[in-house]
Design a protein around this ligand. Structure first.
Ligand SMILES: NC(=O)c1ccc[n+]([C@@H]2O[C@H](COP(=O)([O-])OP(=O)(O)OC[C@H]3O[C@@H](n4cnc5c(N)ncnc54)[C@H](OP(=O)(O)O)[C@@H]3O)[C@@H](O)[C@H]2O)c1
Length: 257
């Protein structure tokens, strides 16, 4: 796909994996709307993107993906400011690690509304327009933890919602390929971001095993580079020595932010 002039929404793009994807796509000539809750962090990221990518439109829109009205505003803004959405990167996510019986109920709600419903709802909002155009690419940040069966202990809620998301996206692929729309799931291992940085008791040796967001950006770029008649349905990029062998995260974890 020639990325120049393509219009992109990226959720969870004020930092971490989403920010790295936004910078790369803007450098490739895409207009990007980046979404996250904290407007100040978004503004800083918008400035950073603009300093690295000239001649593209960059908008930072405060959005809570767990709220339907915010998603509607995000989608409406893409249409009013850019005239449409060619690429949706569903990436915003929170983490919460507990043995299930100790996990706060509010964390369970937040995980479901952010990491699952936030993705499904935004796809539902943009997809009618992609169907009309018979084109579009929807790339979703799932998780390498979905490759583990049963899902890792103390990650049961987080990972099982990602398993559900992965199943949803696989099913959606079959429906959408007839419309010329590509649906891709990316399954990253453990990446060095604030999401993992929040976790307690990671040793220096374990930190060295984390991937940088660049490894995930490469997956996104691959997904967008394959010929039009092919779709990478799922791309996993896993730590060479996977932390799930020896859990790096203590269960006594802060609540999802
Ligand atoms: N890091 C890993 O090891 C790893 C591994 C596998 C999968 N993933 C997945 O990759 C995605 C990105 O993770 P990351 O590691 O880059 O996390 P991160 O560094 O914590 O960044 C998360 C981003 O999402 C935003 N966000 C969180 N809740 C939101 C909400 N309700 N509405 C809108 N934006 C929200 C955050 O900004 P605000 O807080 O300002 O909203 C931030 O921009 C997540 O879906 C995560 O599950 C990560």
């Amino acid at each position: 796909m020639d990325l120049k002039g393509k219009n992109v929404i990226i959720t969870g793009a004020s930092r971490g994996i989403g920010k790295s994807i936004a910078i790369k796509l803007a450098e490739c000539g895409c207009n990007v709307i980046i979404a996250a809750r904290n407007q100040e962090a978004l503004d800083n990221t918008v400035e950073e993107i603009k300093s690295k990518a000239a001649g593209v439109k960059v908008i930072g829109l405060s959005t809570d993906v767990s709220k339907l009205e915010d998603l509607q505003r995000l989608s409406d803004t893409a249409f009013s400011e850019f005239g449409g959405v060619d690429i949706l990167i569903n990436n915003a996510g929170v983490s919460s690690q507990y043995p299930f019986d100790k996990q706060p109920l509010e964390d369970i709600e937040k995980l479901a509304h952010t990491n699952f419903l936030g993705y499904v709802r935004l796809i539902r909002l943009v997809i009618p327009h992609m169907i009309e155009k018979k084109a579009g690419s929807i790339i979703n940040m799932v998780s390498g933890s979905t490759l583990v069966d049963p899902v890792p202990k103390t990650f049961v809620t987080y990972s099982s919602l990602k398993v559900g998301l992965r199943a949803f996206l696989k099913g959606l692929f079959w429906e959408m390929r007839d419309h010329g729309i590509k649906i891709t799931s990316i399954l990253p291992g453990v990446v060095d971001t604030e999401l993992t940085g929040k976790l307690d008791n990671i040793t220096e040796e374990q930190k060295e095993r984390l991937m940088t967001p660049d490894a995930v950006v490469d997956m996104v770029m691959f997904a967008l580079s394959v010929p039009q008649n092919a779709c990478p349905l799922e791309l996993a990029v896993i730590n060479q020595q996977t932390p799930w062998i020896k859990p790096i995260i203590d269960y006594d974890q802060k609540q999802a932010k």
